[in-house]
Design a protein around this ligand. Structure first.
Ligand SMILES: Nc1ncnc2c1ncn2[C@@H]1O[C@H](COP(=O)(O)OP(=O)(O)O)[C@@H](O)[C@H]1O
Ligand SMILES: N[C@@H](CCC(=O)OP(=O)(O)O)C(=O)O
Length: 383
């Protein structure tokens, strides 16, 4: 694990400065930070404290996008429930009631600083389908240009189990990439990442994650609260997604955020990756959901991974799932492990008769349109 000095070119303090002085931050706050100890009501004092921090940044001429959880938690009390509902329909009802209360509270608190907010509710599809993704980007850019503080949440009332983020950590990282943020701040109910679940005595704070190897010795667990959902697993994933886009992440709690974004040695800083991929490839790797799987033989694995070639029918041995042409699919080695993701040029129903055949033979037999690759290398990202 890295000490703040052992940083391979990314001193924790310089990353803090990048985050603190960044022109555009995405700040995500979890349900556990915004609700009362019993989990059933909005903690208005916590919400106002958060708004104070964000309003200070706005006064300094910086931009913020707030990704706020808490809709379901804020609906628990008003619906007369005694805990976070487990079934999707009641979660959707709670979110419908709670999201209104949440945004009304933000509106009042930001208004006290002379700031206007705009609600942006996104479904997984809005960040996983390329056309929707660029729409969402345009909306957020325009709001920021107009001086508005966008408040993003998942559109829980219409999300189904299959297409749902559930927690907002991954959504926040995708939004950070979408708006080209200088930093991502994840606010939760623990002050930092620990090398083991913090409830277990003896766990130590991890001040800096310089590379993913620093996580090898960390035991990353699920949620510790009655209202949170992803726990540390989804936060570490989110930091990885932001890092792949060249964006550093700060993980801490609300009470420590001002110190964390200056020089205070609090929280956990995740360094961005040294090399980043093109935006389209990042979108493919992190924002899409695979609709099926293609199994490859060893020769095709080498062609795709080492030689960066397009995937041709000759090297495919199996097709799983019900996908259409243009859908994202996982590309797997013979043992089944996923090695890449790509946008497939054929529907699942068309592929079986093409497997193992050369494109030249297929074109001669079936027509020139069958000369195309199964996945073009521009639409393929090796994971
Ligand atoms: N290694 C770890 N370090 C810190 N927290 C951890 C770790 N493993 C699991 N956790 C748990 O993750 C929780 C934060 O996640 P979660 O409850 O989903 O919060 P949020 O509502 O902010 O998304 C912490 O309260 C803690 O109990
Ligand atoms: N979109 C949901 C997020 C649910 C949730 O628990 O998220 P998180 O607290 O970020 O783990 C809501 O607003 O209730």
């Amino acid at each position: 694990m890295s000490s703040p000095q052992d940083d391979r070119g990314h001193p924790a303090s310089s990353l803090r400065r990048t985050l603190g002085e960044g022109q555009r931050l995405v700040v995500k706050v979890g349900s556990s930070s915004l609700t009362s100890a019993d989990g059933g009501h909005l903690d208005l004092n916590a919400l106002r404290d958060l708004v104070d921090v964000l309003a200070t940044r706005r006064r300094e001429g910086r931009q913020v996008v707030l990704v706020s959880s808490g809709a379901i938690a804020a609906g628990i009390g008003p619906l007369g429930l005694d805990r976070r509902p487990a079934d999707l329909a009641t979660q959707q009802a709670a979110a419908s009631v709670g999201q209104g209360a949440l945004v009304a509270a933000y509106q009042a608190a930001f208004w006290g600083h002379g700031l206007t907010v705009g609600q942006v509710l996104l479904t997984a599809d809005d960040v996983t389908r390329r056309t929707h993704y660029t729409n969402a980007r345009r909306t957020l850019e325009r709001l920021l240009e107009l001086g508005i503080v966008p408040i993003v949440n998942e559109n829980d009332t219409v999300a189904t189990h299959e297409i749902r983020f559930g927690d907002n950590d991954r959504l926040a990282a995708l939004v950070a990439d979408l708006v080209g943020a200088d930093g991502l701040v994840l606010l939760t109910d623990v002050d930092a990442l620990y090398d083991g679940p913090p409830a277990h005595g003896g766990s130590r704070r991890v001040p800096l994650v310089a590379t993913s190897a620093d996580l090898d010795a960390v035991r990353i667990g699920g949620t510790g609260s009655a209202v949170g959902s992803g726990g540390m697993v989804t936060k570490v994933e989110a930091a990885g997604i932001a890092g792949a886009a060249g964006i550093p992440t700060m993980l801490t709690r609300l009470a420590d955020v001002t110190a964390a974004l200056t020089e205070g040695d609090v929280g956990t800083v995740f360094a961005p990756a040294a090399a980043t991929r093109a935006s389209r490839k990042r979108w493919l790797a992190h924002a899409t959901t695979a609709r099926g799987r293609l199994l490859l033989d060893e020769g095709a694995v080498a062609a795709v991974t080492h030689r960066r070639k397009s995937l041709l029918p000759a090297g495919i041995t199996g097709v799983e799932g019900a996908f259409a042409a243009g859908d994202p699919v996982d590309v797997c080695e013979p043992g089944g492990a996923v090695i890449a993701r790509g946008l497939v040029n054929y529907a699942a129903t068309e592929l079986p008769r093409l497997l193992g055949r050369s494109t030249r033979d297929l074109a001669r037999e079936l027509g020139p349109e069958y000369e195309r690759e199964v996945i073009h290398r521009d639409d393929l990202v090796v994971l």
